[in-house]
Write a protein that binds this ligand. Structure first.
Ligand code: 5GP
Length: 184
């Protein structure tokens, strides 16, 4: 029911959106395949790719490194398709620097309690990881005002609808909302 579910459903509903696979140094969870969920890299391999300039952005998230590979994004945008990146706030703000047309959408959990319930319900994280993720979410909230759009993920269908209409609106307007000059 979290951000990952929302983005997975978005990709089902709008299959024309491009798929990218991020790289990470965290361990795979059971069932996560290399090259599908993520490219699971060793610390050395991640370092090598950072040094080679292969990342559009990368960041430390919950004690591990995660990054978007340039070639993943270029492959999709080169086909004239829009791409959705599910990344943390540091990554989001760095992507905006690199690609000023990027539209930043902040997906908000309905409450800290609900986020904790979702994390525990997933059953894949240990206590330390849950605590780290909750603290991270509180820090991320401070960046929400810098985003273009905020969507509260309380009701999955409603949040998905808002996300789809946001994408359609920005795609049709070449990056600017219709009402950009109407705002006081
Ligand atoms: P997880 O470990 O649950 O798969 O991912 C944790 C968080 O890492 C995600 O919610 C997302 O915000 C962030 N993340 C995943 N991929 C990337 C990436 O390529 N770049 C950045 N900056 N963050 C990412």
């Amino acid at each position: 029911m979290g951000k990952g579910t929302l983005v997975a459903l978005l990709r089902e509903r709008l299959p024309r959106l491009g798929l990218t696979v991020s790289a990470t140094t965290r361990e795979p969870r059971p069932g996560e395949e290399d090259g599908v969920a993520y490219y699971f890299l060793t610390e050395d391999e991640f370092d090598r790719r950072v040094a080679a300039g292969e990342f559009l952005e990368w960041a430390w998230v919950h004690g591990h490194r995660y990054g978007t590979l340039r070639e993943e994004v270029e492959r999709v945008t080169g086909q004239g398709r829009s791409v959705v990146l599910e990344i943390d706030v540091q990554g989001g703000l760095n992507v905006r620097e690199a690609l000023p047309d990027a539209v930043l959408v902040f997906i908000e959990a309905p409450s800290a309690e609900e986020l904790e319930r979702r994390l525990r319900g997933r059953g894949t994280e240990d206590e330390a990881s849950i605590e780290r993720r909750l603290a991270g979410a509180r820090e991320e909230m401070a960046c929400a005002p810098r985003y273009d759009v905020r969507i509260v993920n309380d009701d999955l269908e409603r949040a998905l609808g808002e996300l789809m209409s946001t994408i359609e609106k920005y795609e049709n307007n070449g990056g600017l909302p219709e009402d950009v000059c109407d705002q006081a």
